[in-house]
Design a protein around this ligand. Structure first.
Ligand SMILES: [Zn+2]
Length: 161
C-alpha cells in the first residue's frame, strides 16, 4: 500500500486533476473520490447511499464504511478508510466477491422497491480479521442500474470542466 493516509477535501465538483493521497468529498452529490491507495492511480468512487458507503466526519477526519474492495482493478486492493488512515485489509477470494455482489444486488433491489432489509454487507470471516467490504463497481454499469443520478451528474460535470 503506497498511501497510508488520505487528506480529505470538501469540494463542490471534482477537480480536473485528482491528486493522489487526497479524498475529495462532495456532500451535495453524496459521494467521494480518491486515487487507489495502492498507488496504481485508478479513480475510486464511493457514493454515499443507504446501500453503499457511509461517511463519518468527526470534525477532524473522515471515515468510510464498509471497506473498499477494488476487485475490478488489476491491483485488487482492499482497505478501510478510518480517521483518514488507510488500513490494509485481507484480499478476498473470487467466491467471496461473487457472494457479496449477489447480496448487494438483492439489497439494492429490495431498497429501491421500498423494502429496506439487510442493508449491511455480510461479515466475511478472515484469517486475521473480520471485515466487510463493498466492491467498487464499474461506473457506467452502476449509473444504468442503480438510479444514482446525482453521482452520474457529478461525473458528467467533471468531464465537462
Ligand atoms: Zn490500486
Amino acid at each position: 500500500m503506497r498511501f497510508h493516509q488520505l487528506e480529505h477535501r470538501f469540494v463542490h465538483s471534482i477537480p480536473s486533476t485528482i491528486e493522489p493521497g487526497v479524498l475529495y468529498v462532495s456532500i451535495e452529490f453524496a459521494t467521494a473520490i480518491h486515487l487507489c491507495c495502492c498507488g496504481c492511480g485508478r479513480e475510486v468512487v464511493t457514493p454515499f447511499t443507504p446501500t453503499d458507503w457511509k461517511m463519518t466526519f468527526d470534525g477532524v477526519s473522515i471515515s468510510l464504511w464498509p471497506s473498499i474492495g477494488n476487485w475490478n482493478f488489476p491491483c485488487r486492493s482492499h482497505y478501510i478508510v478510518k480517521a483518514n488512515r488507510i488500513i490494509e485489509a485481507a484480499s478476498w477470494s473470487h467466491a467471496m466477491v461473487e457472494a457479496e455482489r449477489e447480496r448487494d444486488k438483492r439489497t439494492k433491489a429490495a431498497y429501491f422497491a421500498g423494502q429496506p432489509q439487510d442493508s449491511q454487507p455480510t461479515e466475511q470471516p478472515m484469517e486475521q480479521q473480520n471485515t466487510v467490504a463493498r466492491p467498487v463497481d464499474d461506473l457506467a454499469a452502476r449509473s444504468a442500474t442503480s438510479g444514482i443520478t446525482g453521482l452520474w451528474n457529478w461525473i458528467i460535470g467533471k468531464n465537462k470542466s
